[in-house]
Design a protein. Structure first.
Length: 236
């Protein structure tokens, strides 16, 4: 593990990749002995990484029962939508005068790529370009503390499911992106708030899509669990 980052940070990133790649699924127990052996590290930096993962909402440390990858609930999703919607709207509103033509052109280009990914059925492209659109305007903020709150919350939303997507929801998202850009271009704070907080990041407004999307995620989870069990049997 050749890296200049602190060991606990390297372990944190390794475990995040395991979660994103489907090797550590929601509800599964993290085998600390196996991870420690695989990485060739002691359990002290591993525990430090797990404490941070718990603080970021990715795992649960259960006394005398071990560590479990956290399962996201609809209650969690509702709360995350409320927090991220408020914070992203704050960023856009406070940085309104920093949206120049170059920034808006970049956002329009990325939103076009997002639409293309939807039309092609490219789940990874949808995930990547959607994040890129949001990151383009979040980069305008100089509030590192605020951004550090947003990032792990959105990762919890997007980690699972990763392969599922609803074309009609994604296309509506793209339309909301366009309305946001129109509101920003006209410097209309009321429209920014209406489009972004009251629609794009409103759990009530998006609820029917959210429930369908995460129902697809349950099917994806069951398939991943079956594949994981097959790999374990082949390895035994």
């Amino acid at each position: 593990m050749l890296d200049l980052k602190p060991l606990r940070e390297q372990i944190y990133q390794y475990l995040r990749r395991e979660m994103q790649g489907g090797d550590l699924l929601p509800g599964s127990t993290i085998d600390m002995t196996r991870i420690s052996r695989e990485l060739g590290v002691s359990k002290t930096p591993l525990r430090d990484a797990l404490i941070r993962l718990e603080a970021d909402g990715f795992v649960e440390i259960l006394p005398r029962r071990g560590v479990r990858v956290r399962v996201i609930t609809f209650h969690d999703i509702r709360n995350i939508y409320e927090v991220v919607g408020s914070l992203e709207t704050t960023v856009i509103s406070s940085c309104l005068d920093r949206f120049n033509r170059k920034k808006l052109r970049a956002m329009k280009r990325i939103n076009g790529q997002y639409r293309e990914a939807v039309m092609k059925g490219d789940a990874e492209g949808i995930y990547r370009t959607n994040l890129a659109f949001h990151d383009t305007f979040l980069q305008l903020s100089q509030n590192r503390e605020l951004l550090s709150i947003i990032a792990p919350l959105k990762q919890r939303l997007y980690d699972f499911p990763r392969r599922a997507y609803l074309p009609e929801w994604e296309l509506r998202n793209a339309e909301e992106h366009e309305r946001l850009m129109e509101a920003v271009e006209s410097r209309d704070l009321e429209a920014v708030h209406r489009v972004w907080k009251d629609q794009h990041w409103s759990y009530a407004y998006q609820q029917s899509f959210i429930r369908r999307f995460y129902a697809m995620g349950i099917k994806e989870y069951e398939e991943d669990m079956a594949n994981l069990e097959k790999r374990r049997k082949r390895g035994s």
